[in-house]
Ligand binder design. Structure first.
Ligand SMILES: [Zn+2]
Length: 174
């Protein structure tokens, strides 16, 4: 007969599931509820509902990815400091080629840091919607051009005006 799960039979069962799903480390959950780590691990593998389990694993993954990002940024910043010191030496020695090479390296590292920082930054980004590229706008222009079909001069002037705005949608011509 299989051993009964001490987590499932524990009064803290629901709490343990919630904590595991929230990403609380296994050892912490076990200690908090006076359960063995092995029992909690077995319970997580075998009894945690698939949805909760997925949530728990995703949380852990996201956190470790964030940690790795942070460490990479720190190391790159250290590298930039050292490259800048070398650049000073190159400048003192009037080494143009060495200086140019170092400047390129520094620029590359700075770009990378900027990119990584941007990825770390999870605040909502401003999204610019290009109204002129929208399907609604294309339909509106098509309608205007169709409505002015009997007035070729007007159509040309409308098309010119849109052209000046750089707004004439692709595929819509006078
Ligand atoms: Zn269990």
């Amino acid at each position: 007969m299989p051993r009964a799960c001490t987590v499932c039979t524990s009064p803290a069962h629901a709490l343990v599931d919630t904590e595991l799903a929230g990403g609380t480390p296994l050892a912490v959950v076990a200690r908090r509820h006076r359960l063995s780590s092995d029992a909690v691990r077995r319970h997580r593998e075998a009894h945690l509902s698939p949805a909760l389990r997925k949530l728990s694993l995703e949380k852990v993954r996201a956190e470790s990815a964030e940690g790795a990002f942070g460490a990479t940024v720190d190391r790159l910043e250290g590298l930039i400091g050292r490259l800048e010191a070398l650049l000073s030496v190159a400048e003192e020695r009037k080494s143009l080629i060495g200086g140019a090479t170092l400047a390129r390296e520094i620029r590359g590292a700075l770009e990378l840091v900027a990119r990584l920082r941007h990825e770390l930054d999870d605040r909502p980004q401003n999204v610019t919607v290009n109204v002129l590229a929208s399907a609604e706008f294309t339909r509106a222009v098509t309608a205007i051009l169709a409505a002015t079909e009997a007035f070729p001069e007007a159509r040309v002037r409308i098309a010119d005006a849109l052209d000046e705005l750089d707004a004439l949608p692709v595929g819509v011509g006078a």
